[in-house]
Design a protein around this ligand. Structure first.
Ligand SMILES: Nc1ncnc2c1ncn2[C@@H]1O[C@H](COP(=O)(O)OP(=O)(O)OP(=O)(O)O)[C@@H](O)[C@H]1O
Length: 825
């Protein structure tokens, strides 16, 4: 017989109800998420994810972009809200989203869906009406209320029935909807929504209370277990002590039996043991630490072993093979048949005689304090090995198997206090090793001189394209990186920490390694004082810019121009490579050596100064170069003393995988630069953490020191030579045609957007220069409209952007505009 049990769980009917409930809950949560993301819309987020496609949302670059996102729902929330506001119905979409919530609620409660259908229709009609109304107006916030659909409908209506009739019609529709439908559907809908919200809040509160109760119970259970375990341990200990005492007693009896006539002598081990404390008191003191003799101090790779302490192995410092740089061919002939001489190494000051002796006393002292502190926290160390670097010593601690690595990491501040030293850094664990690293500053820090790191075989025989010496690692190894593979470098750190010295070292390395045919520099120095010494390089290494005299750029507006010239050069180079049928500059130069292209190194010493004055205008070309220039041999070195997210924006960071952090004020600053802490513990004076683009962890390096006197010597030596006949002039961003790599996909004419002239006429007719006007009237996307506005500014049609103030239209009437457009042609 068939059982018709409708109410029993597990029947098909019940499953259906469950599915509906789950569906309802999902709809409610989705609606709440979308509403919250929409209300958290932040206009700056669009700039951050501007170049990130939807499908890149899980990529590595997305993680960096996500850091600069203001929307609390992250990248996804930011994109969704921007989609609703820009491409859909603007904020008016909130009503249809509320309708989704209502659907969910009614499904969950298994109620009739009629009110939801009514409310959906009403909300859709009402939001379309409102969005179109805002689309008709040009109030500052109207763009955000209308969205693309509202603007499109407004445009259509104003063409078909005119602006006034459209406004009247829409107002009447809104009134009718509010008065008639509103009384029924809206009232009902709102009542239900309110009921749903109240009930959700109540359920959530109940859920939280339940969880708190559960947690409390769990904690009590844990305590009970711990107590029992402790009791068991105590019992075991007592038993062991009892056994030990019995053993001793027996031993004593035997001894007394064997030596009845001997002198009464009480040895420490023969004393009957009553308590473990007594036993500890009777232990003989450890022999005093032997003073290290002079002979012990000198050899490297020695071992120290103090009874009761883990043995210490001192690693031998790497001895770099020296080489005389002046032995190579110093005189070469440039492409335009001018002789060129490389600077001699003798232009750098002689390195003071520095002995390699290890400060053994400081080493032992640091080790003792370190172990003492670890002992307090019950962290047992099996073995220690040390490597003495130029500024810090690395203690590698091999821990007992049961010690957690994270415990040592949490002691960073306590250890710093115990050793009364700044600059203690804990690496837990050391990558690839079963050990924790503790870096402790040396008692007597050593300066690493530029001459000493250039005079090595590694540099002399380097096959790198653009070798730059970054300094010495903790093992005293000279570290050379290839700028050509980096391919761009971000340098950040507090003022006075060593950024400028580092830039001088990098440029000097390149001057010692490359001829003027191989590398050229674009130097941008908004601080005006850092790079002026390189003026001497103007006839050999510095790029020229069309229309401006200066070769070292200090003015922010000229910096934007110079960067745009570099972007143009990059585009032309792409065309050249395409024509030659090669993939990168290396292949091109090998295939057509007579037309070899020089590498271009763009140095910006103080990005913050540029970002403050030129903002997005400067960010845009930097990002374009950073994203595309690697294959064509253009490399950026950007330094800043302000490691904040408004200077190192997510998108800049995403495109500079190789970074150097000098000492910074806080952990937050360190994170901004390196995505991890550590730079706040650095010592200044060239002590850096270098994050290579191809490795997950940063490494500590001591940067070399080069004085401004030495830089002056090198540059004036080069400047005193015959000027090159053919100087490299960058193309003007506007004059040259062609755009081989236009990533935006829109047509360009003479470097300008195809809508440029129409946009110019529009802003002059309306005497209003806003990006939203261009978006609305010319149906351009947000970023394209922004670019067109930049072109209008560059052609002198509108003023430059000034914070929140609207731009001014600089051309008063259409006749003057036509004249200007003809001249631009
Ligand atoms: N590698 C180094 N070795 C030894 N001392 C150094 C090193 N680098 C920098 N210093 C010392 O620190 C001082 C400041 O360095 P530098 O001018 O490079 O700092 P900065 O970070 O560029 O500062 P700012 O942002 O104010 O320009 C130098 O004058 C020098 O005395």
């Amino acid at each position: 017989m068939k059982n018709n049990n409708k109410g029993v769980k597990g029947t098909p009917l019940d499953m259906k109800a469950l599915q509906k409930e789950i569906g309802g809950l999902v709809l409610m949560l989705l609606a709440l998420f979308l509403i919250a993301a929409l209300l958290s819309f932040h206009p700056d987020d669009e700039a951050s994810f501007g170049t990130l496609a939807w499908h890149d949302i899980f990529s590595r670059s997305a993680r960096d972009v996500a850091e600069s996102i203001h929307n609390p729902f992250g990248l996804f929330g930011a994109r969704i809200s921007a989609f609703f506001i820009r491409s859909f119905l603007g904020y008016s979409v909130i009503l249809p989203l509320t309708a989704i919530f209502l659907w969910g609620w009614l499904l969950l409660r298994a109620k009739s869906l009629k009110p939801a259908i009514l409310f959906s229709l009403y909300s859709l009609a009402f939001s379309l009406d409102i969005a179109t109304m805002f689309g008709l107006t040009s109030a500052p916030f109207s763009d955000m209320m209308a969205g693309a659909i509202g603007r499109m409908l407004a445009e259509f209506l104003s063409v078909v029935i005119g602006f006034t009739a459209a406004l009247v019609l829409l107002s009447v529709i809104a009134l009718v909807l509010t008065l008639y439908m509103g009384q029924t559907a809206l009232a009902e809908g709102m009542r239900l929504v309110l009921a749903a919200v109240k009930s959700s809040v109540r359920s959530f509160a109940a859920f939280r209370a339940k969880r708190a109760e559960k947690r409390k119970k769990k904690a009590e259970l844990q305590k009970l277990k711990e107590k029992k375990r402790e009791e068991k341990r105590e019992e075991k200990r007592k038993l062991a002590l009892k056994k030990e005492a019995q053993k001793k007693e027996e031993l004593k009896k035997q001894t007394l039996k064997q030596e009845p006539e001997s002198e009464p002598f009480v040895s420490a081990s023969a004393v009957p043991l009553v308590t473990p404390v007594f036993q500890e008191e009777l232990l003989l003191p450890e022999p005093p630490l032997p003073e290290p003799s002079a002979a012990e101090r000198t050899p490297l790779a020695l071992q120290s072993k103090i009874p009761g302490e883990p043995e210490m192995i001192i690693h031998q410092a790497v001895r770099e093979k020296e080489a005389d740089l002046d032995e190579r061919r110093l005189k070469v002939q440039t492409k335009d048949r001018e002789p060129y001489r490389f600077p001699s190494i003798d232009l750098l000051e002689k390195v003071p005689d520095d002995n390699d002796q290890i400060d053994q006393q400081h080493l032992d002292e640091s080790k003792r304090k370190l172990l003492e502190k670890l002992k307090i926290y019950k962290i047992e160390v099996k073995r220690i090995s040390t490597t003495v670097g130029p500024r810090v010593t690395l203690f590698e601690l091999e821990l007992e198997p049961d010690v957690k690595v994270s415990r040592v990491k949490s002691l960073e501040n306590d250890l710093a206090m115990a050793l009364s030293a700044r600059g203690i850094r804990i690496i837990a664990p050391i990558p690839g090793k079963n050990a924790v690293g503790v870096e402790i500053p040396n008692g007597k820090p050593k300066t690493v001189w530029l001459r000493s790191v250039l005079q090595v075989e590694k540099f002399k025989n380097s096959t790198m394209m653009l070798p730059i010496v970054l300094g010495k690692t903790i093992a005293n190894e000279v570290y050379i990186a290839d700028l050509a593979t980096m391919p761009h470098l971000l340098i950040a750190g507090a003022t006075g920490a060593g950024k400028s010295v580092c830039i001088n070292v990098i440029i000097s390395s390149l001057l010692y390694a490359c001829s003027p045919d191989k590398v050229k520099f674009v130097l941008i120095d908004p601080k005006r004082v850092e790079l002026f010494q390189y003026q001497h390089l103007k006839n050999h290494f510095l790029m020229r810019f069309p229309g401006i005299e200066e070769q070292i750029i200090t003015d922010p507006q000229k910096a934007v121009y110079a960067l745009k010239c570099v972007v143009k050069e990059m585009e032309i180079r792409y065309e050249t490579l395409e024509k030659a049928g090669v993939r990168n500059i290396g292949d091109h130069n090998r295939r057509i050596p007579e037309e070899a292209l020089p590498y271009i190194v763009v140095v910006i010493d103080e990005l913050a100064d540029l970002m403050i004055t030129a903002g997005r205008e400067v960010e845009e070309p930097i990002i374009r170069i950073a994203q595309l220039a690697r294959a064509v041999g253009i490399h950026l070195i950007v330094a800043t003393q302000r490691p904040s997210v408004d200077v190192i924006t997510g998108i800049i960071k995403a495109n500079f995988p190789a970074r150097i952090a000098f000492q910074v004020a806080s952990r937050v600053d360190s994170r901004t630069i390196l995505d991890g802490s550590g730079a706040e513990q650095l010592l200044g004076n060239g002590d850096m953490l270098y994050q290579p683009s191809n490795q997950p962890k940063s490494m500590r390096i001591q940067g070399p020191y080069v004085s401004s006197g030495e830089v002056e010597e090198i540059t004036s030596f080069i400047g005193s030579q015959h000027a090159l006949k053919n100087m490299y002039v960058l193309p003007s961003p506007d004059i040259n045609k062609g755009n081989g790599i236009s990533s935006s996909g829109y047509q360009e004419k003479d470097g300008k957007d195809s809508m440029f002239e129409e946009a110019a006429r529009l802003v002059v007719t309306h005497q209003q220069a806003s990006v939203s006007l261009l978006q609305r009237r010319l149906r351009l996307g947000f970023s394209r409209a922004g670019r067109v506005m930049d072109q209008l500014e560059f052609s002198g049609i509108v003023s430059e952007a000034d914070g929140s103030k609207a731009r001014e239209v600089l051309i008063q009437n259409e006749d003057s505009l036509e004249l200007l457009l003809r001249n631009l042609d």
